[in-house]
Structure formats: structure tokens, C-alpha cells
Design a protein around this ligand. Structure first.
Ligand code: GRF
Length: 194
């Protein structure tokens, strides 16, 4: 269980690379009455990420980190996290790997959502692999981030049935809808003692 001091809301940063539908669900969740979270910062490695539009829409600060300039990426991110007093990082479709050093510095405060029932189907192309292997179930997982890809302690999971005519696309869509429910649930679970 994570503890935070005082009654102040937990300043959260969401890291994205694409559409940002999970970001949107986290923003909505943070705006609910009695919420313990406030999304203060959106970080993206991709200046064209559609999800960045939510920064403007909801008046949230955004920062683009240019990974092609390989130098000092950790420091650039850390500087921004400090500036906005970020206490929690939610990765939501963030396609870059965070360095071990960075993860150590934010130990236990970085979580991620992955579209499979981990530990099965880590990495990319999960839905196509599920279909190819004729799995009966897939799902999504919210987990802590450690230095190994998609391998940190599991916080919560939701099982989703694979339908007979599912394609990777239709399965992805159904799972994504569950992700939008699961991520807020995971935060509630982690911070229920506050
Ligand atoms: C989600 O399926 C998430 O689980 C995976 O990437 C996708 C991001 O979707 N890591 P969105 O950008 O939140 O819409």
C-alpha cells in the first residue's frame, strides 16, 4: 500500500505515445468528486501523439521528450517531474523503455497498463499473438514497473473472453474498454488507505 502525506492530492504524470484513451479515462477519474489524484503533467516522446490534445482540452501541462537527442533523457524527465511535484507516474501506451536508473529513482511509484493477462504475452502485438495461438481468454493488467519489460508486481487484472470471430482489432477494442475501467480501479486499490 502506498502512503502519502497529508490530505493533498497525489500529483500524477501520465506518459503517452499515441491516442491517449487511457489518459482520458484517468483524467476523468481524477476529476470525480473526492478523487485523491490530480493529473498535473502529460509526458510524450511523440510530438504528434493524438493524446496530447487532452492537455489543451483539460488545461494540463505537457512536455515532449525528444528521444532522438539521446542525451540526458532521464534528467529532462526528472526535471519536469520535480517542477510539478509529481508523486506518481502512470504509463499509458508509452512506447519507450525507462532506464533502470530512472525506475530506481521513482521506485514503486511507476505503474503501467498492458493489454494481456500478464505474465502471459509481454511485449508488443499481444492481440495478434492471442488470436494466432487460439487462446480462449485475454485481458488487461495494471502492474508496477520494474527494470524488466512488463514484469513488475501485478496490481489488478481483468479477463476478457476471445470471441470466435475476433480479429486483433476487435479484440483490442474490447480490451481497451476494460482498460479504461481497470486503470482507475488499480489506483483506488493502491491508495485505498488514504
Ligand atoms: C493500450 O492498449 C495499453 O494497454 C497499451 O497501449 C494502448 C494505449 O492506448 N500499453 P491509448 O493510447 O491509451 O488509447
Amino acid at each position: 500500500m502506498i502512503k502519502s502525506s497529508g490530505l493533498k492530492k497525489i500529483s500524477t504524470a501520465v506518459f503517452i505515445s499515441g491516442t491517449g484513451s487511457n489518459l482520458r479515462s484517468l483524467i476523468k477519474f481524477s476529476k470525480k468528486k473526492g478523487s485523491k489524484f490530480t493529473i498535473e503533467l502529460i509526458i510524450s516522446n511523440n510530438s504528434k501523439a493524438k493524446g496530447l490534445n487532452y492537455a489543451q482540452k483539460f488545461k494540463i501541462k505537457k512536455k515532449i521528450i525528444d528521444y532522438s537527442r539521446k542525451q540526458n533523457i532521464d534528467n529532462k524527465i526528472l526535471k519536469n517531474l520535480k517542477k510539478y511535484n509529481i508523486k506518481l507516474i502512470c504509463l499509458a501506451g508509452f512506447m519507450k523503455i525507462l532506464s533502470q536508473n530512472f525506475i530506481k529513482k521513482f521506485n514503486g511509484k511507476i505503474i503501467n497498463i498492458h493489454p494481456s493477462l500478464l505474465p502471459k504475452y509481454k511485449g508488443l502485438n499481444t492481440h495478434q499473438r492471442i488470436i494466432d495461438n487460439k487462446e480462449k481468454y485475454s485481458g488487461c493488467t495494471v502492474h508496477f514497473v520494474n527494470s524488466k519489460l512488463d514484469s513488475g508486481k501485478i496490481i489488478i487484472q481483468k479477463k476478457v473472453k476471445v470471441l470466435k470471430n475476433d480479429t486483433a482489432n476487435s479484440l483490442a477494442k474490447r480490451i481497451l474498454r476494460e482498460e479504461h475501467i481497470l486503470y482507475p480501479k488499480a489506483l483506488n486499490k493502491l491508495y485505498s488507505n488514504l
